[in-house]
Write a protein that binds this ligand. Sequence first.
Ligand SMILES: [Zn+2]
Length: 53
Amino acid sequence: MEGVYHVVCHKCPFEGLYGSATHATVERTAHEQEYDHRVSSLQIERPTPPTEV
Ligand SMILES: [Zn+2]
């Protein structure tokens, strides 16, 4: 399933948007291990393009 993953750190301004869960997890884990910060990731639904009814 496609989505956008918003990764945000609770202890510093680090955040990012990633187009795959794998990439988001890699960045999240890397930041947690490098800085010993707590990082969460939220899946955001990709906005659907407006369609004519
Ligand atoms: Zn941080």
